[in-house]
Design a protein around this ligand. Sequence first.
Ligand code: ZN
Length: 89
Amino acid sequence: MTLTDAELDQLIEDIGLKRPDEDLEHGAIEHGTEKGALQHRHREERLCPRCRQAVRDAYDQRRYGRTGYLTEAEWQAQKGSRGDGGEKP
Ligand SMILES: [Zn+2]
C-alpha cells in the first residue's frame, strides 16, 4: 500500500500527532518514528519511507487498539471456523 502525501497528512491528523513544536526544529531527524515524521512535516519535506512506515504503524496500532480488531491468528481461526470466506485451506 502506497500513501499519497494527502493520505499521509490525513493519517497524521487521524492519529492525533501534535503539531510540530520548536523541539522538532533542531537536531537530526529521528527516522522511522512518529517524531521523525513530524520533523519531516515541519521542514516541509516529503517523508522518507521509514517515517511513512512509522506513521502507518502508529495508525494501525491506534486503529486496531481502539476498535479491537482481530489479530492475524484470531482472524485465521475465525475464518476457518466459519468456512464461508471462499478461501479454504
Ligand atoms: Zn525520515
